[in-house]
Ligand binder design. Sequence first.
Ligand code: XBP
Ligand code: MG
Length: 258
Amino acid sequence: MPDELMALIFDVDGTLADTERDAHRVAFNRAFSGQGLDWHWSVERYGELLKVTGGKERIRHYMEQESLIPPVSGDPDVFVRRLHQDKTDAYVSLIGSGQVSLRPGIARLIKEAREQGVRLAIATTTTMDNVTVLLESTLGPDAPGWFEVIGAGDVVPYKKPAPDIYRYVLQKLDLEPRFCLAFEDSENGVLSARGAGLRTIVTANGYTLGHDFTSSELVLDHLGEEDQPCRVLGGHWTGRCLMDMQALRAVHAGAGTV
Ligand code: XBP
Ligand code: MG
C-alpha cells in the first residue's frame, strides 16, 4: 500500500508567485534609497544574492561582500533590522497593490485540494506579513486561514537550506513526511524539504533553472493549467502534464503517469 497523500506544503517565493525579481528586489532597493543609501541590486546581482536565504541575512552578506559599514553608529544588527523592516513595508505595499499574480496551476490546485480535504501548509523563509499579503491579494481575504500551518521567517533559527522550517511545519501538522508533498522552486528549498524527509516537486523559474534538483521527484516549468500544459524539465512523467490531485498522488506514489 502506498502512503496516503494527506498534506501539501508550499514554499512561497518563486513557487506560489514570481516574487523575487519584481517585488522583493524592488522592495530592497526602495528601502535602500529611502535610507539615503546608494546601494542598488540589479536583476543579475540579485540572482547571485538569492543563494543567501532571508532578507536580513542577504543584506548582511552584501555588506560583507562590499565591505560596507552602516552609515549610523551603534549596533549594526539594529541598522539591518530597521532597513529590513522598511523593505517589508515596501514589499507589503507593492504586493497589496495587486501587481503580482500566482503562478500557473496554483489557485486551481489549492481549490481542488481544499475540496478533497487535503491539508495545506506553508514553509517559507520570508516574513509572515509578506505571506499574508500575497495570499490575501491573490486568493482573497480568507486565504491565509486555508493553511493549517504557516511556517515563516524567524520562527526557526536556521533558514533554508536547513530542514528546520519543514520540520517545524511537519511537527505542527503532526504528520510524518511520507504523507506529504512539498513544492519548491530552488535548490536551497529542495535541500530543506529533502532534509526533512519530504518528497518534492519543483517548479523552476528564471532565477532557478540552472539549480541542482536531482533529489526532487519531478521538475516542471509550472504546475499546468487546462489550456497551458506544463513541461517536464527533470524526473519522469509521461502523458498529460497537468498537476491535479490525481497526478500528485501518482508522483507521490513514485509513478510516472496517472
Ligand atoms: C525566499 C527568500 C526570502 C525573500 C526575502 O526563499 O529567500 O528571503 O527573498 O524575504 P524561499 P524576507 O523561497 O526558499 O523560502 O526579506 O522577508 O526575509
Ligand atoms: Mg522559493
